[in-house]
Write a protein that binds this ligand. Sequence first.
Ligand code: SF4
Length: 320
Amino acid sequence: MIEIQPLPFAVTEHFASLAGPEKDDPIRRQFFPDPRESLHDPFALDDPLGEYLYRAAPRLVHQYKDRALLLAANTCAGYCRYCFRRVWLSAQPPVEDIQPALAYLAAHTEIREILVSGGDPLTLDNAALGDLFTGLRGARPGILLRVCTRVPITEPSRMDGETITLLANNRPLRVVVQINHPRELSVQSRVVLTACVDAGIPVHVQTVLLLGINDDPDLLAKLFSGCLDLGLSPYYLFQLDLAHGTAHFRVPLKRGLAIYRELGGLISGLGLPVYAVDLPGGGGKIRLHENVIVGEKETANGIAHIIKDDSGKEWYYPAG
Ligand code: SF4
């Protein structure tokens, strides 16, 4: 049983400076607590992605054969109100010893890529980040590191020359940065993201589709073409995960599909991310298109879309 605590409130000065004063400002809503977070959502799960289910060692999740996830940090520079690791971050978990995770990686050579996530790994200082990379490289010298972060957007000053050199020196390494709105591409963020690209670090972009924030094909086209102009690769557009307290951010799935269809006509294939969802409770990632939704069902939690995965197994995602 996981105890559910409210997600902490924290925002960086930089990210707050991008927000307008209105309550429904698309930047403000991403970090400012909303009373709707306490509403009960019958579809919400304690562990929306099944990360506890696939925990292979402390801080290490091994769900897909060739890649694993390391929860490298327990904190973020600011807390996104729609975060799918809400329960984990809210519990403010203790920092666990990384050695068993490194031993697991050394023994499992089928793992070719490690997602370094958290929390946000760039909340670690450079000494700790360097030690982490050294440990990972010691366990598996050639493993691809995928550093998942929001820091280049929320706190670009953290991405100084020393940090970028540290990342570049640990290639093969890719940065995956979460960007949800064109206004997040501030001058400062543009500078550090361009510096990463110039240092030879491939940078990919993940975006969460959020109701009232970016559920608009023109706005998304603007975001992704802005990313392309900076040399960043739009990678995933995520349908919201079923975390507690986040239902007010959920774009109905059918509407998400319509937005994505229209988006495809607005930008080149280079700028079009994959629209995907993590099947609730640990079913893994699946690309979303009309054909994966095979019907609707009245479940104990309410009406749900039936999504069929590649193996033919059915999963439920709320229809509203
Ligand atoms: S930065 Fe990532 S892990 Fe941290 S609160 Fe935002 S979505 Fe969650």
